[in-house]
Design a protein around this ligand. Structure first.
Ligand code: G
Ligand code: G
Ligand code: MN
Ligand code: NA
Length: 254
């Protein structure tokens, strides 16, 4: 159909762009990183959400090109961002399971780091549990290779799918992103609160940073801070922003 036809040339026509959503530390209320979020402005159909076109790219076999564009563009932008209180910002980039399975991720990341000059430690690849595990059991070899290069790995959407706390102890990750399904109920629902608390405990034990996703209200933020969550991301703190707006927020100190 239309999206399938137009997607391969979208980057070349300048229709793709990246929004960057700040990630904030709870204790200092400081921006410590950003997550790059892919956007497609179709000239006739308007904004197409990644939830729609990423699966199309995967099926059409063009996800590699799409992810390479994202990696190059995101690292180039991040390399030009000012430090936050003297500390370089981290850059989160979402990955696709079929790109990881295609086994070009290590080369693609290395190429993006080389062309942008971004330090590997500043890059955080966001992977879901299904992506992280090959055949459901073994850690994908490319993920291990990337960690050896110094790139950080975040487990995205934690708490959805099949993820379990026990499983977490075996996964080679640096950051855990708690899905907004839990965050959205944390101020109203004792079970969500208990789960967040357990994740904080496990995060401390494993030396893993925990980011609460989708924080939308001051009440949620207050509860999460009380539970000891280290980092937060969500519309309350900042929306995904075009690079120019992100720069303004960073200069004004969010
Ligand atoms: O920003 P938004 O809520 O529309 O994102 C929807 C989904 O698209 C999320 O699951 C997010 O992880 C995914 N996504 C955003 N950017 C990228 C990207 O660059 N690559 C891939 N594979 N997925 C992305
Ligand atoms: O799957 P992933 O965690 O990468 O998805 C990130 C998506 O969540 C992005 O598309 C982003 O636009 C969206 N998002 C970020 N903050 C909020 C929020 O506070 N509320 C909601 N509903 N979505 C958010
Ligand atoms: Mn993500
Ligand atoms: Na998520």
């Amino acid at each position: 159909d239309r999206l399938r036809e137009d997607l391969p040339g979208a980057a070349g026509r300048g229709e793709l762009w990246l929004a960057f959503q700040p990630i904030v530390s709870m204790d200092e209320q400081r921006v410590v990183g950003v997550e790059a979020l892919l956007r497609w402005r179709h000239p006739e159909l308007g904004d197409v959400p990644p939830r729609e076109f990423v699966p199309i790219a995967e099926r059409a076999g063009v996800i590699g090109e799409l992810q390479r564009w994202v990696l190059r563009e995101a690292t180039a932008t991040a390399a030009g961002l000012p430090d936050s209180d003297g500390v370089p910002l981290r850059l989160g980039v979402n990955t696709s399971a079929s790109h990881v399975a295609a086994r070009t991720l290590v080369d693609d990341v290395a190429a993006a780091l080389a062309s942008s000059g971004l330090a590997p430690e500043r890059l955080v690849l966001e992977v879901t549990e299904a992506t992280l595990l090959d055949d459901g059991d073994f850690v994908a070899i490319d993920v291990q290779a990337l960690r050896l290069m110094g790139v950080h790995v975040a487990l995205d959407d934690f708490g959805t799918g099949t993820s379990s706390l026990l499983h977490l102890t075996r996964l080679p990750i640096d950051v855990l992103k708690l899905d907004r399904a839990f965050v959205s109920r944390v101020d109203r629902d004792a079970q969500s609160r208990a789960l967040c608390e357990a994740v904080v405990t496990v995060g401390r034990a494993l030396g893993v940073d925990v980011v609460a996703e989708g924080v939308e209200t001051p009440a949620q933020l207050g509860v999460l801070r009380g539970l000891g969550l280290g980092f937060a991301q969500g519309f309350l703190l900042a929306r995904p922003l075009p690079p120019a707006d992100l720069l303004r927020v960073l200069r004004e100190g969010a």
